[in-house]
Design a protein around this ligand. Sequence first.
Ligand code: UDP
Ligand code: MG
Length: 315
Amino acid sequence: MQAPVLGIVIPCYNESEVLPITINALQKHLSDWIRNGKISNESFVLFIDDGSRDDTWRQIERIHQHDARFQGIKLAHNVGHQHALHAGLMEGYEAADCLVSVDADLQDDLDIIETFVKQFQAGVDIVYGVRTDRTSDSWFKRTSAQWFYRLEKALGVETIYNHADFRLMSRRAVAGLAAYPERNLFLRGLVPTLGFQTSEVPYTRAERLAGESKYPLRKMVALAWDGVTSFSVRPIKLLFFLSLFMVVVSGGFVVYTLYRFAEGETMSGWASLMLSIWFIGGLQLFGIGLIGEYVGKIFSEVKRRPSYTIEETLK
Ligand code: UDP
Ligand code: MG
């Protein structure tokens, strides 16, 4: 069987500290795989510079001049990891038989890409890299991730446990993804909805080799929230059940009050009145806020703005 053309897509945001190490490792791996006939010599690496403000793009230009297998796309501004990765998949899939997405910091194990490609050749369209050992992540990141997976499951969203965008996709799988018009991207949730034959390959996630994480808590929470609201309306449905419960409880109160009234008692109570006003008011605001989140999603979807703009291409 002919060796497939592999494209490795790497979103980069201010990664100049780690990029030289990454490029070195990739050069070595690409050469090895090509020499051993695992992948075609037309295989390439596609860097997506996600509006970096440091030396990242200059480094990509430099390596492209030396080694044309290294290609680059410079986005006009920072659009975030998911959109940068999406841009790379969209701009890269026509030239490749399969695409692998990797982070610039080499936390994902490049060695197992070979296994990915083997599975692809055996007919699998989507191969998920799954972390078995997360001790390199902080306790907080591990625990919050576990809770997130549980939440997704409870809400009926299909997600792959401990998988974080390190995966192989065949050209036709990415073409399938290209047909999705959505702007709120949570690729980990979107890719499983494509169908196709899939498999999982375990690996140990390493520490970031250099530079710092570009995912502060704020972005992690935003991503998780996108993961919920882009795939499930169950939170609004739960709101409906909450309202039913409140109706039943208040019905009970009405009966109780009338009963006491019939006994000739009027009930006083500043505390109970204040508490219920604040409680009900809070619940209502919560409900409006929750619906507002979905309305906001609709708003950003109907505008149909492009999810990225390309400033420069090196191919
Ligand atoms: N990234 C990006 N745009 C952003 C933030 C991050 O392209 O706005 C890239 C980043 O350069 C890296 C990948 O997304 O290649 C994952 O980011 P990071 O390693 O910082 O996340 P973590 O591993 O800490 O979750
Ligand atoms: Mg990382």
